[in-house]
Design a binder for this molecule. Structure first.
Ligand SMILES: [Zn+2]
Length: 373
């Protein structure tokens, strides 16, 4: 992880680099974000930069022995602490999970707690940082520093710490040992001990600016520029959300086509078409049916808002917006709620396992009555 791999955040990178080169690095820093903004990648890129022996003006060199060890996430002066779920009695410290952790980070430095939980396949067990980790931390920090200017303890999600461990961390923050840096990364600062919070320097990692996120989606995710702009706007500066939107976009294309068909059939009073479509929707499975109806609800709302000519309130992609240009004049105060109620009713019936073919056919008929009122 280099600074150049961090999406956007140029101002923050500049500040961190300046602090590193002035030799003025607070010993305990907390990188706070609201999710998907890159707090973890930034903290890791910063750690690399601080330990690089040939720092460049904007990034680590990538060639020194320290950089090579960072490539493998195996630097002797870099320690990770993260939540995990013990699978065997003996395995309850982070070191036991390093192979999984390294493999996980190599997929993408942008990740979520759910992503990690799935990766380590712990099912319903909630990963935490166990009390045993505090002894590990003490042990690691009692060694001499191997080869670097700094020894860095990078703690992901300190809010998941067992209290014993949190108290140990508090002690470390209160009585720093020389050249030891503690970086914490969190998106829930309010759940961390106040005594810790008040003693660390807080670094707010803001949502990624939309143009920078769009640029990254073209470069990394291979989106076309137009879709990238749409996704970036909808993702609200959250890289993880953007990736999620991309992965569901195929499904949404299908949903949009179905939504259009319902409305076309309704407008044309095409009963045969309604019957054929309800048979098709009955085949897609209950979960997808529910997702589809939720999608329809969203699109109804978007089409209603579209009429007010307030693009900043609209969250639609290009295809949805093209459709809204033609469809939205038919959605107004007198039918928007009634159609929405029909969708809700269908959702309830699907959840209750009512025959899906009947549910969708009935819904299409009622929408027909509402749309041309
Ligand atoms: Zn280097």
């Amino acid at each position: 992880m280099y600074f150049r791999d961090v999406v956007g955040q140029d101002e923050l990178k500049r500040q961190l680099i300046e602090a590193a080169n002035r030799g003025f690095v607070p010993h305990a820093q907390m990188f706070v974000e609201s999710g998907g903004a890159g707090a973890f990648p930034i903290a890791l890129a910063y750690a690399r930069y601080l330990n690089c022996t040939d720092r460049r003006p904007t990034d680590s060199c990538g060639r020194c022995p320290s950089c090579h060890k960072y490539d493998e996430l195996a630097h002797p002066d870099l320690f990770f602490v993260f939540p995990m779920a013990k699978r065997e009695r003996k395995k309850m410290i982070c070191d036991d999970y390093m192979p999984e952790w390294r493999a996980f980070l190599s997929i993408s430095p942008y990740f979520s707690f759910d992503g990690w939980t799935n990766h380590i396949e712990v099912g319903n067990t909630q990963p935490i940082i166990y009390s045993q980790e505090s002894e590990e931390i003490t042990r690691k920090l009692s060694y001499r520093i191997y080869e670097s200017e700094y020894r860095i303890l990078l703690i992901w999600m300190p809010e998941k710490m067992h209290l014993t461990c949190a108290n140990k961390l508090l002690k470390l923050v209160e009585e720093p040992s020389e050249n030891t840096l503690i970086f914490m990364v969190t998106d829930e600062p309010d759940t961390i001990l106040g005594t810790i919070l008040s003693r660390v320097q807080r670094i707010n990692v803001r949502a990624i600016a939309a143009p920078e996120l769009a640029e990254a989606l073209v470069r990394i995710e291979r989106l076309d520029p137009e879709s990238a702009r749409d996704v970036a706007r909808m993702a609200e500066g959250n890289y993880l959300k953007a990736k999620e939107l991309i992965s569901v976009s195929d499904e949404h294309a299908f949903f949009l086509e179905q939504f259009r068909e319902i409305m076309r059939n309704a407008w044309a009073r095409n009963i045969k078409g309604m019957k054929t479509q309800s048979e098709k929707l009955a085949q897609i499975g209950r979960e997808r049916q529910k997702n589809f109806l939720a999608y329809c609800q969203r699109l109804m709302r978007e089409n209603f808002i579209y009429r007010f000519n307030a693009p900043e309130l609209n969250y639609m992609n290009r295809q949805e917006a093209d459709f809204a240009a033609k469809f939205s004049p038919h959605i107004y105060e007198h039918n928007v709620l009634a159609i929405s109620e029909e969708l809700t009713k269908a959702e309830v019936h699907i959840a209750q396992n009512v025959n899906a073919k009947m549910v969708f056919f009935d819904m299409a008929l009622r929408i027909t009555m509402l749309i041309r009122k």
